[in-house]
Design a protein around this ligand. Structure first.
Ligand code: SF4
Length: 212
């Protein structure tokens, strides 16, 4: 059984899949405590649901796209079984993970969107750097930027690790903390191989995408 915060359908708010309709499975529980966290409601409130139950509900949404998110979805081992089952049902499966836990066991075929936590999160010492070795070409890396210090830090990581050549790298502003224009201008000035990402759900609904 999995601890589930919520399951609903909406549009994807982030990644290169932003704007597409799909099912969203939000797992409960997280091993981090980011300063800007907008899903605190997922820390400890949950209902227990079986993989079969979850898939039955997703099937009713009539979509082939599913986002598995949290909280931190890899905090629960059974999430791996859920993703395997979804792949078996021919879903396109996206996994959003905070980047502090190993992605080595994530079933191949799952598209991983892996955070690299910047200092502004207060959690950058938790980054599991070995994950960079486990990326597939379709996976994406995400830096959530709180301020200009984060912007400089993320740029250094991108340049030192040679990121952005194979995997899409997303620079995403923390809503109300830093203007997207500052990041856009920085990307242009520094010729960075990254994509500016705006949280689409924030622009539309002014809050984290949720069941409604
Ligand atoms: S990893 Fe995500 S869910 Fe966990 S504290 Fe950070 S922002 Fe919140």
């Amino acid at each position: 059984m999995l601890k589930i915060s919520e399951i609903f359908q909406s549009i994807m708010g982030e990644s290169t899949f932003a704007g597409l309709r799909g099912g969203i499975v939000r797992l409960s529980g997280c091993n981090l405590r980011c300063r800007y966290c907008d899903t605190q409601y997922a820390y400890d409130r949950f209902s227990l649901r079986s993989v079969e139950d979850i898939i039955n509900l997703l099937d009713s949404f009539n979509t082939s796209l599913v986002l598995v998110t949290g909280g931190e979805p890899l905090y629960q081992e059974e999430t791996l079984d859920l993703m395997k089952a979804l792949l078996g049902k021919k879903y396109t499966v996206l996994l959003e993970t905070n980047g502090s836990l190993s992605i080595a066991q994530v079933p191949s075929g799952v598209i991983k969107i892996v955070d690299i936590k910047c200092p502004g999160s207060g959690q950058s010492d938790k980054v599991y750097w070995k994950n960079l070795e486990y990326l597939s070409l379709s996976d994406e890396l995400k830096f959530v930027i709180s301020d200009s210090d984060d912007l400089q830090w993320a740029t250094k990581v991108v340049q030192e690790e040679g990121l952005g050549k194979e995997n899409t790298v997303l620079f995403s502003p923390v809503f109300d903390k830093i203007s997207p224009s500052v990041i856009a201008e920085w990307i242009v000035e520094n010729s960075l191989p990254v994509r500016l990402q705006l949280q689409m759900h924030r622009l539309i609904w002014k809050e984290e995408v949720r069941g409604r």
